[in-house]
Design a protein around this ligand. Structure first.
Ligand code: NAD
Length: 327
């Protein structure tokens, strides 16, 4: 009998089909919605592997999944997976680091450029105003060159952002719980305390994982420390920022604007104050939404599942499980 792999049905059809093709000789891949419903839990009971996107993998779900050998997350952040509970049950947890760093770094720059050159407003202007005005009437905007970019979390994605910042001729400063001497040497990044970074940066970009330590890392005190002319970019996780404090900061102009791909609640409710604000650019948690990156992530997930189902150790265990062998 073939093994059973359950995949989140939020994942695009073409990626689900691709994973299905990659695993078709050893597994049946079933896409499933609402993993909390009784019907879904019954199907999960027979699963050998899970491929979650945003689904929460907790004690409740794991207590049903008695055959489970691996949770292979399509993505790098694993804050919705109870790794300790998986480890206790000898279930591997893998993720897809590195292959997505370029895509997220590119989106970070897209948000920065949208803010600095007001691309959304400019597009609307061409469609509605320019021909009537006869000559450009939009105000002058800002260069990235010469500005200071403050990176909070200089890991895989943060480093790719820094590489792009160097090409854009920006000054790079960073804060991380680990000092990254190699990136300092490669890119001339300067290490600062978080307070110094916030008060000196023209753009602050967040790239830490969501952990108890980083939850609400940026609140009122931190936002008030930023320059009035500075922009905040978040492509990490919504809960790293106190969103209520951010809304006040944007409404009362403590900062100039924000570029946000992630939110405390997703999808972002239409009645969120952010929706009406002009000084924000919003994207729907789409850091890795490119054809190339999603295919690389899908191949990685399929490879991890194949390895575990054929008795090999997975390659990209989450840090908490590194070095552990269950099969
Ligand atoms: P990473 O582990 O390589 O880098 C994270 C960095 O944050 C590390 O250098 C780490 O030392 C630092 N860090 C951790 N806790 C910290 C703390 N308390 N204070 C200061 N620094 C701290 O991870 P990565 O691959 O660069 O991914 C970063 C995050 O980006 C992911 O965890 C995920 O949440 C997010 N992400 C979002 C999208 C998206 O679609 N928007 C896509 C991929 C990843």
């Amino acid at each position: 009998m073939k093994a059973k792999v359950i995949i989140s049905d939020i994942i695009r059809r073409q990626i689900i089909d691709y994973i299905r093709t990659l695993l078709e000789d050893i597994a049946e891949v079933i896409s499933l919605s609402d993993w909390r419903s009784i019907g879904s839990l019954q199907i999960i009971r027979d699963a050998d592997a899970l491929i979650p996107l945003h689904e929460r993998i907790d004690e409740n779900l794991l207590s049903e999944a008695r055959r489970l050998k691996i949770v292979a997350r399509l993505g790098v952040g694993y804050d919705r997976i109870d790794v300790e509970a998986c480890t206790k049950r000898r279930i591997y947890v893998t993720h897809t680091p590195n292959v997505l760093s370029n895509a997220v770094a590119e989106l970070t720059f897209a948000l920065m450029l949208c803010l600095s050159r007001r691309m959304i407003e400019a597009d609307r202007y061409v469609r509605t105003e320019w021909a009537k005005a006869g000559r450009p009437t939009l105000p002058l905007r800002e260069d990235l060159a010469g500005k200071t970019l403050g990176i909070i979390g200089l890991g895989r994605i943060g480093t790719e952002v820094a590489r792009r910042a160097k090409a854009f001729k920006m000054r790079i400063v960073y804060y991380d719980k680990v000092r990254r001497k190699n990136v300092e040497e490669e890119l001339g990044a300067e290490y600062l305390s978080i307070d110094e970074l916030l008060s000196t940066s023209d753009f602050v970009s967040i790239h830490v994982p969501l952990t108890p330590e980083t939850t609400l890392l940026i609140g009122e005190k931190e936002l008030r420390r930023m320059k009035k002319t500075a922009y905040l970019i978040n492509t990490s996780r919504g809960l790293v920022i106190d969103e209520k404090a951010l809304c006040r900061a944007l409404e009362e102009h403590w900062i100039a604007g924000a570029g946000l791909d992630v939110f405390s609640r997703e999808p972002l409710p239409l009645d969120s104050p952010l929706v009406k604000m002009k000084n924000v650019v919003l994207t729907p948690h789409m850091g890795t939404h490119t054809v190339e990156t999603r295919r690389l992530m899908a191949s990685m997930v399929a490879e991890e599942i194949r390895r575990v189902l054929t008795g090999k150790a997975p390659l990209n265990l989450v840090p908490e499980q590194r070095g552990i062998r269950f099969n």
